[in-house]
Design a protein around this ligand. Structure first.
Ligand code: NAP
Length: 478
């Protein structure tokens, strides 16, 4: 039997062991083997990691932009070299299929390169006093963007590399230092990510990887005076909790969703079915932007539900290495929760079309018709492969149900009447509305945001850079 590795955290440009002696075992979601252990660092070690960023950040911000860019580009190259090794860990640790795990790493290398270019092409702006009534033509403002200082990057389990780098790369190119706290289930993938970062030769202390349970050190580091900005992606409950004590600290939150797919009677039903299927079920629905409810006009509901049923029955189910659509969920608690929702929906009287089968953490894809608004499944985010169909009588009813959710991340509208689709989209309370396409995050340079309990602030490469910098004016009086 091979020995179990104790993965170290990363501070001062070195991988080190916590003096706490506390380790967290990381269990593979699909074969329950121990993949490794990560350090549960102490609050004092978090203090040291954060304090060390202060001097390093000033030097880093003063470093020639093209030197910073060169290092980040080298990291992108290194990620491509290390892609298979990192992908292997993503697959083992968060149960993502092999193909998707490799894609996650290569997509991330592209993300870094684009981010570097985006920042290089961001120029300072200038204004003249003469453009304000009574203003002086002898006054000029140069508006620069400067880094905020030390960014705390907290990422979720489901994209342990991509959603982490979506914070790290914009922060670093803009001249910030970063304290990176990954999801515990995802922390070994984060160590692998930082191993490739370490090979490139960045200065010490501009990026610290700290590991440990959010429930133990999360509040402490989030409240820490040494943190100048928080960039968080995760569940709504955690996000709301963080926002409750982030006094005067800029914060961007990307949270959960209950994205509706609204299907009008004039939709191209075959295309709609294909989009809903990939939107709802890929990676077993463990995507913030998964389609999590279907609101269909009653006149086409039979046809849609029949075709969705056929498609769900054909979904491949299995282990990540075989690249199926449906893989085991992240842990037993997640599978219990999804199974609970399924059992509850059956008891509440919805029609089960396919599914309600479980083997350990593997929940088979499950489709319900005739779900009504008094059922939990109409409102809760399962983060698993279960999709409710809710029948509606009008566009107005679809909009009303879509907007009654606590969430507002994305939505899809399917109709061949473009004006009608746009009219619906304009009334939906969500960060983005896809017309005739599945809900999804990319491409990564689009702004990405949620409203209500789905988030605060905006992500997407240029917007993330903006959120991690602030304007500073130099006013020249001639
Ligand atoms: P989570 O349980 O909220 O955890 C997210 C991160 O927060 C983890 O790193 C976690 O660390 C940390 N954390 C927990 N308690 C904390 C505290 N008190 N202070 C600071 N950090 C704390 O979410 P998850 O289960 O990993 O991810 C699934 C959720 O994320 C879903 O709701 C999904 O919709 C959402 N999500 C949203 C987006 C988006 O872009 N909108 C993208 C992906 C996922 P530990 O792991 O150590 O607990």
């Amino acid at each position: 039997m091979s020995e179990i590795t104790n993965y170290k955290y990363y501070v001062g440009g070195k991988f080190i062991q916590s003096t706490s002696g506390n380790l967290i075992e990381i269990i593979c979601p699909y074969d329950q083997s121990i993949i490794g252990r990560v350090q549960a660092i102490s609050k004092e070690e978090a203090d040291v990691a954060i304090a060390a960023t202060k001097a390093a950040q000033k030097d880093w911000a003063d470093t020639d932009l093209f030197k910073r860019a060169d290092l980040l580009n080298k990291w992108a190259d290194q990620l491509e070299i290390d892609a298979e090794e990192i992908a292997q860990m993503i697959m083992r640790e968060v149960g993502k299929t092999w193909n998707d795990a490799v894609k996650e790493v290569t997509r991330t290398a592209e993300f870094i390169r684009y981010t570097v270019q985006e920042f290089i092409h961001t120029n300072d702006a200038a204004m003249s006093g003469a453009n304000y009534p009574g203003g002086s033509k002898n006054k000029f403002a140069i508006i620069k963007r400067i880094p905020l200082g030390t960014v705390l990057a907290i990422s979720p389990f489901n994209y342990p590399v991509n959603l982490s780098v979506a914070k790290l790369a914009p922060a670093l190119i803009a001249g910030n230092a970063v304290v990176f706290k990954p999801a515990t289930q995802g922390a070994i993938s984060a160590v692998k990510l930082i191993e490739s970062f370490d090979k490139v030769g960045f200065p010490a202390d501009i990026l610290q990887l700290i590991t440990g349970k959010g429930s133990d050190i999360g509040d402490y580091v989030s409240e820490h005076d040494g943190i100048d900005m928080i960039s968080f992606t995760g569940g709504a409950t955690t996000g709301r909790h963080l926002s409750s004590f982030s006094t005067m600290k800029p914060m961007v939150l990307e949270l959960g969703g209950k994205d509706p797919a609204i299907v009008c009677e004039d939709a191209d039903i075959d295309k709609t079915v294909a989009e809903i299927m990939s939107g709802a079920f890929s990676y077993s629905g463990q995507r913030c932007t998964a389609i999590k409810r279907v609101l269909v006009h009653a006149t086409v509901a039979d046809e849609l539900s029949e075709k969705l049923k056929t498609a769900v029955e054909k979904l491949s189910v299995g282990m990540p290495i075989d690249n199926p659509i449906i893989v085991p969920l992240i842990n037993e608690g997640a599978a219990d929760y999804v199974q609970g929702l399924i059992t509850d929906t059956i008891a509440a009287g919805a029609e089960l079309l396919v599914g309600n089968k479980r083997e350990d953490n593997l929940i088979y894809p499950t489709l319900f018709d005739h779900v009504t608004t008094d059922m939990r499944l109409a409102w809760e985010e399962p983060f698993g492969p279960v999709l409710p169909i809710i029948r509606v009588a009008s566009d107005a009813e679809a909009i009303e149900i879509a907007n009654a959710s606590e969430y507002g991340l994305q939505a899809s509208v399917f109709s061949q009447n473009f004006s009608r689709a746009v009219a619906i989209a304009e009334k939906i309370e969500a960060g983005s509305v896809q017309i005739n396409g599945r809900t999804e995050r990319g491409p990564d340079h689009f702004p990405f945001l949620g409203v209500k309990n789905s988030g605060m602030g905006v992500h997407g490469i240029s917007r993330t850079i903006e959120s991690m910098t602030r304007e500073k004016l130099l006013i020249i009086n001639v």
